[in-house]
Write a protein that binds this ligand. Structure first.
Ligand SMILES: *Cc1c(COP(=O)(O)O)cnc(C)c1O
Length: 374
């Protein structure tokens, strides 16, 4: 597969399976747009985008213009929606690469309109309605005025309105339902005066738990990667995790009583302890909170991390695992033999969420792709 010490194995067949399972969930009338921002949550934007499109996603969605450009430069010509906030200085790049921008203010809209005019194009745009996320977007009461201003910009063509849920992954869906009702009402008033082909709102959690929010298109991210948005959402759609994180055992040695490991000497052996070096650290994307807390799998057994996670290395306790030697595979996320460490388990050690565990993986970790059958 890969000869590097550290690599993330990405199962593109799992991505294809997850796209198909989500499409089945939402039904054939609803488009699926694959969210591949942040390097496809660490999985690799270009291969994941290709696999998702082949499996039936009709568009891609990213947060940043630069992410859209990366997909274009790889030769991907599917429509790409850019969801994040941008400054007017970035409008030229968006127009040059035919990205479908989310437009949140008149200054950006004007800049994009100028660029589109200069390029002799009319660019589709979407408008985000802030129904309670409180970060960016147009407030419902500002929407009609904003759409009127947009209508005067002849090189932009309003294609969609969208919103984003703050709590769709929580057990109590009350606020999400209120957000959705607010969005529906704002869209209803807007459609009375403007032609707006597409409405969309659903992230993974809403797809799994709030089917009334499917509308014209859904925007799954985390579920594409086979992970559930939180422990509180339905597990009715069977997802397959796509990522396995592997390292290899380096030096194996016996730490004498009183011997210490790592910066700050936060682990000191009470008795002779057999330890293995793994050349992977926070410079690869491991969370430093795994220090003296996380575990890895070696020979199908759990080996606890001793001492601090450093930039390039960790050291694990293998005293209870017979025969460990240099070159043995170590699994940090995924299955080995009968044992498995999930992204959720790592997230608990690192006091974060599964999203951040995979997204944290840095370019220094090689990616190895297992092809999809679609
Ligand atoms: C990231 C993002 C999504 C995908 O969210 P998941 O919880 O990963 O499914 C959808 N919509 C917007 C606007 C986003 O920023």
């Amino acid at each position: 597969m890969s000869s590097f010490t550290n690599f993330a194995i990405i199962d593109l067949d799992a991505i294809a399976h997850n796209v198909a399972a989500l499409k089945k969930r939402v039904g054939s009338d609803v488009a699926l747009w694959a969210v591949v921002k942040a390097n496809a949550y660490g999985h690799g934007a270009v291969p994941v985008a290709r696999a998702a499109l082949a499996a039936g996603a009709s568009r891609l969605a990213v947060a940043r213009i630069r992410e859209g450009i990366e997909l274009r430069q790889a030769g991907i010509d599917a429509p790409i929606l850019v969801m994040g906030y941008h400054l007017p200085t970035e409008a030229a790049a968006a127009a040059a690469h035919d990205l479908i921008m989310t437009v949140n203010d008149v200054a950006f809209a004007r800049a994009l309109d100028h660029q589109a005019r200069d390029a002799g194009k009319q660019l589709p745009i979407h408008v985000k309605v802030d129904t309670g996320m409180g970060r960016f977007g147009v407030l419902p009461e500002e929407l009609l005025g904003f759409l009127e201003a947009l209508a005067r910009l002849r090189h932009l063509k309003l294609e969609g309105l969208w919103t984003h849920f703050a709590t769709a992954d929580e057990a109590d869906k009350d606020f999400a339902r209120r957000q959705f009702a607010m969005f529906r009402y704002a869209a209803f008033l807007a459609r009375d005066r403007f032609d707006i082909p597409l409405l969309h709102a659903a992230n993974s959690a809403a797809i799994l738990d709030l089917p009334e929010a499917n509308l014209d298109a859904v925007r799954p991210g985390i579920a594409l990667y086979g992970l559930y948005p939180s422990p509180e959402v339905s597990r009715e759609v069977a997802l397959r995790p796509a990522l396995t994180l592997v390292s290899h055992v380096g030096r194996v040695r016996t730490l004498p009583p009183g011997g210490s490991v790592g910066y700050g000497r936060t682990f000191i052996a009470r008795e002779a302890t057999s330890v293995a070096l793994l050349p992977i650290g926070y410079g690869d994307g491991l969370h430093r909170l795994l220090s003296n807390r996380g575990q890895v799998l070696i020979r199908g057994q759990r080996a606890p991390i001793l001492g601090r996670v450093s930039m390039d290395n960790i050291v694990v306790d293998v005293s209870h695992i017979p025969g460990v030697q240099e070159g043995d595979e170590a699994v940090l996320i995924g299955r080995q033999g009968e044992e498995a460490i999930t992204a959720e388990e790592v997230a608990a050690w690192a006091e974060t969420i599964n999203y951040e565990v995979t997204t944290a993986l840095l370019p220094r970790v090689a990616r190895a792709y297992r092809p999809s059958r679609t």
